[in-house]
Design a protein around this ligand. Structure first.
Ligand code: AHG
Ligand code: MN
Ligand code: MN
Length: 402
């Protein structure tokens, strides 16, 4: 379809015929909702998703328009549109900062001179991007509490907000995020990202005295996630999201400053021959994962293919490529870090939700990452995620041990 045709299509065809909708999509009573082997188990009902029949028809479907459509189909999810509007804005702002950071005048390169609660040395951009995301989400008035890689403890916004404009009466959410993933790469201009998970908020933490309730609000398993998203700052800026019914990838069209739907209902290939690990740790991995990876290298794995390796060192970038090309991304435990490096709450669970919704799998080797209940906000988790066949191969190898 030529641009002019696409444009007139977008302008002239009423939305009712521009979109068709899934017949499934029961809302409200999760108890009534049955899951199949093909449907990852979640603790909530599956929302209805807009379906786009042809890619050319998606031309010009902005993130805002997409979220409007979701809200129309799922009145319960209406408040989420406000949150995603803020996420989109924050990602545009962070993307611009990352891009400008290479200019001497930006003065955002380098270290902050502090360490975060995980013991990582903070980059200036870790701190700035945390602030950008925090403010963007706070101004939605829909956030009860948030947890971030760069905050020691969950932040209770409900107790902080005094002005009505900052805290609406409607549904509120818990947001967990890694504001700048792969920040050790950022000064070299290598891709980085932002990861966000959204949970329901139970209203139990309203005052500063209710610290424990606020922490509990954030310590939910991935199966409770209402939504997850990542933004990737690379040759393009991408925003990929799931609301629990498929994965939708948007690309920032810088000429109009809008995220435009570029890959509706994205599915990861079931089989692959790419793995993505920090192999410098391989001697310290357990023999099971080492054995599987060695098999892939030599073509002795289940699919008989000789694998190749790709590792950026930015989880968002590595998982993004894995979603598009297929493959396995992993950060297993090792003898120095038994639970690996990645954090369950704001890296592991949201990215596993996206991976599962794209038809892939995410495991520790022995457990589904999505079912793990975090005992603490900054808990680490060993992770292997990606194409179904290869992740099943990992799960089978661990099962064989017992
Ligand atoms: P962050 O920059 O948010 O601390 O996360 C970095 C993570 C992840 O993005 C990446 O996969 C991993 O660290 C790389 O770790 P190594 O440098 O140990 O390979
Ligand atoms: Mn990270
Ligand atoms: Mn980070």
């Amino acid at each position: 379809m030529k641009f002019s045709t696409a444009l007139s299509f977008a302008l002239l065809v009423p939305f009712a015929s521009a979109f068709t909708f899934t017949p499934q999509g029961v809302r409200k009573s999760s108890a009534l909702f049955s899951t199949t082997a093909e449907t990852p188990k979640m603790n909530r009902a599956i929302p209805k998703a807009p379906v786009f029949d042809e890619v050319c028809e998606t031309t010009g479907v902005t993130l805002t328009r997409f979220m409007d459509e979701v809200a129309g189909l799922n009145p319960d999810a209406r408040e989420l549109t406000v949150l995603f509007d803020a996420v989109g804005t924050a990602c545009k702002a962070i993307g611009n900062m990352v891009k400008r950071s290479q200019l001497p005048s930006s003065e955002t390169l380098g270290m902050q001179g502090e360490t975060n609660v995980n013991g990582d040395d903070q980059k200036k951009l870790d701190v700035i991007t945390n602030d950008v995301l925090k403010r963007a989400l706070r101004f939605t008035g829909r956030l009860g509490v948030l947890a971030s890689e760069e905050e020691d403890e969950p932040v209770n916004l409900a107790a902080q907000e005094t002005k009505k404009v900052l805290l609406d009466e409607g549904e509120k959410y818990v947001a967990v995020f890694d504001p700048l993933d792969g920040s050790s790469n950022v000064d070299a201009g290598i891709p980085t990202g932002t990861i966000i998970g959204v949970y329901e908020y139970d209203d139990s933490c309203k005052t500063d005295e209710q610290r424990d309730e606020c922490i509990v609000n954030t310590l939910q398993p991935g199966t409770n996630l209402v939504a997850a998203a990542y933004c990737l700052y690379s040759s393009s800026t991408f925003l990929t999201l799931t609301l629990g019914n498929g994965v939708y990838m948007f690309t920032l069209d810088e000429t109009i400053g809008e995220f435009v739907l570029s890959k509706p209902d994205l599915k990861i290939p079931d089989d692959s021959k790419i793995y993505s690990f920090n192999e410098a740790n391989a001697d310290r991995w357990d023999p099971t994962i080492r054995g599987v990876v060695n098999n892939w290298k030599s073509g002795k794995g289940e699919n008989g293919k000789i694998f190749t390796s790709r590792f950026i060192g930015s989880m968002v970038g590595d998982v993004h490529r894995t979603l598009l090309y297929g493959g396995v991304f992993g950060y297993p435990g090792d003898t120095i870090n038994p639970n690996g490096k990645l954090r369950l709450l704001y890296e592991g669970a949201p990215m596993s939700f996206i991976m599962e919704q794209a038809g892939g799998l995410a495991t520790t080797g022995k457990e589904r990452v999505m079912e793990m209940v975090p005992a603490e906000v900054h808990q680490r988790v060993p992770i292997v995620m990606g194409s179904k066949n290869q992740i099943q191969e990992v799960i089978d190898a661990y099962a064989k041990e017992n």
